[in-house]
Design a binder for this molecule. Structure first.
Ligand code: XMP
Length: 506
């Protein structure tokens, strides 16, 4: 295992992803919550940081403790910290070094730089620069403006690099990381989805024994994959509950329930639509809607769970980014929208929690899902928010408005699939605005609703850009919606990026 110590860089998760792409397991831990030492750790990577090592109180750790045990690689801030702590000099750069640079010197006989070529492109992003390093170190790579682009402790596997090997703009970054992780640290590249499934199922068997687990499914990738893993370990002792909150997509409840049954899951579908509509009556403010939906979900789930005797565990589809977020260097990030999911359930239900995916990134969850032969329609699905269409109707929610929006959404999403565009889009949906506009149909004046279509590209939903969908496609979809969906006479396309807009309108 590789231990990545995080000093708060925006790229830390990328380091972990690149290491895992090498089929080597790694974990990120914040520098201010260090884990206990374990002999499973074969190497340590120190991340970058938005801080400067010159600042008082900037992030610091006992580097010698780690370098005395295993090979060490400092990246950017990590490298500067190593240099400064051992007597080197770190100064503000005369020019801010940001962007592409080329290696003008490479000592490729060093293990870290094997197969790294002269002139290779590297990505720089730093305001400080290492002006000098102590004698016990040697410079092993430079760029025209950065002499100490990479350095090594003489005779020890301890390295610092000023550039970022984890970003794709560093064209040979992956080779460098492979050199470190595989050749220098000696990690074997055996962390594959098959192995993950095998070991996780064995661990779950040992942990859960004959206990019963209850789990809420959402139709999304994470809860479905988590449920299949638990199912493989304990079979019918996993009781799944899939709640229809009346805010799902058209036909979604029936089709997802069918897929789950096909997968062999012991799943109960609960139609609670009317209860959710009642809870939402009179509400227009987004956060109040979210809270009402969250509360109703917990009530329904709690009632259903109590019908099952002696349940000890609550299964959840938490994935690694959620875990990293909750223990990050800066603490949980400020809540912009209170994403509900099943937050609060474990406390209320006094159950132990089992989260088999809490070490995986999203793409890894999909790979595990493929290994488990989960329905590709579930694995390839766009994300869909827990409160569903409830936060895409920008006014009080009624069954009729849900029906209208389901029709619009269905035409849009089906259109994306039929035109082969679905997989190029990260998330798509429609918003029912409270605006009414004048139109003309035949000889009649109409006064009906405006709907907005939204399709974005993104990596993780934190930032997003609107999709540049072809105008012809948008035109076709717009006509189909206006012709087929009674109550809608105007369609607009949202061309805002996130930030400053968010993906959902509420
Ligand atoms: P925003 O609108 O914050 O959305 O840009 C980012 C991602 O989060 C989803 N989202 C939610 N998911 N409960 C959820 O489970 C929520 O309340 C919620 N609000 C937004 C959104 O669909 C997008 O994928």
């Amino acid at each position: 295992m590789i231990l990545i110590l995080d000093f708060g860089s925006q790229y830390t998760q990328l380091i972990a992803r690149r290491v895992r792409e090498l089929n080597v397991y790694c974990e990120i831990h914040p520098y201010n919550h260090l884990p206990e030492w374990s002999d499973d750790i074969k190497g340590v990577i120190l991340s970058g940081s938005p801080c400067s090592v010159r600042d008082e109180g900037s992030p610091d750790i006992d580097i010698d403790f780690y370098s005395s045990k295993v090979p060490l690689l400092g990246v950017c801030y990590g490298a500067q910290l190593m240099a400064k702590k051992s007597g080197g000099n770190v100064l503000p750069s005369e020019i801010r070094e940001y962007g592409r640079a080329r290696l003008s010197k490479v000592d490729s006989h060093h293990d870290l730089l094997k197969e790294i070529t002269l002139n290779s492109q590297v990505w720089m992003s730093h305001a400080d620069t290492i002006a000098s390093i102590p004698d016990k170190y040697e410079v092993i790579a430079s760029t025209p403006s950065v002499n100490v682009a990479a350095f090594k402790l003489k005779n020890e596997p301890v390295y610092g690099i000023q550039f970022h090997p984890e970003v794709t703009h560093t064209t040979e970054g992956k080779t460098l990381l492979r050199n470190f992780v595989v050749h220098i640290c000696g990690c074997s590249q055996d962390w594959t989805p098959d192995i993950f499934v095998e070991t996780t199922v064995a661990e779950l068997k040992a942990k859960l024994g004959n206990d019963k687990v209850v789990m809420g499914l959402s139709g999304g990738v994470d809860s479905s994959v988590a449920a299949m893993l638990i199912h493989k370990a304990i079979g019918k002792n996993l009781h799944c509950i899939f709640v229809d909150n009346g805010l799902l997509r058209k036909n979604e409840f029936a089709s997802v329930l069918e897929s789950y049954k096909h997968m062999g899951l012991n799943v109960k579908g609960v139609d609670a639509s009317q209860r959710f509509y009642a809870a939402l009556k009179g509400l227009t403010e987004p956060e109040q809607k979210r809270k009402a939906i969250g509360r109703a979900f917990i009530e329904v789930f709690d009632e259903e769970a109590h019908k099952i005797q002696d349940v000890k565990w609550l299964g959840q589809g938490t994935i690694y980014p959620d875990v990293i977020e909750s223990v990050s260097v800066k603490g949980p990030s400020a809540t912009i929208k209170s994403h509900h999911n099943v937050g609060g359930l474990p406390d209320k239900m006094k159950m132990k929690v089992v989260e088999p995916l809490n070490t995986l990134f999203k793409d890894e969850v999909r790979n595990v899902g493929r290994t488990l032969e989960i329905d590709p329609n579930i694995l390839g699905r766009h994300p869909f928010p827990g409160p569903g269409l409830g936060i895409r109707i920008l006014s009080e929610i009624t069954a009729e408005k849900v029906r209208v929006l389901q029709e619009v959404d269905h035409i849009f999403v089906q259109g994306l699939k039929d035109h082969g565009l679905y997989d190029q889009v990260w998330q798509a949906g429609a918003m029912l605005t409270p605006i009414q506009a004048v139109g003309v149909m035949g000889d009649e004046r109409t006064y009906e609703n405006v709907v907005a279509l939204r399709a974005v590209t993104s990596v993780d939903g934190m930032t997003a850009d609107f999709c540049h969908l072809p105008y012809e496609f948008l035109g076709e979809i717009s006509s189909e919606i206006i012709n087929k969906v009674k109550g809608v006479n105007r369609v607009v396309y949202d061309i805002s990026s996130k930030p400053p807009a968010t993906i959902e309108w509420e």
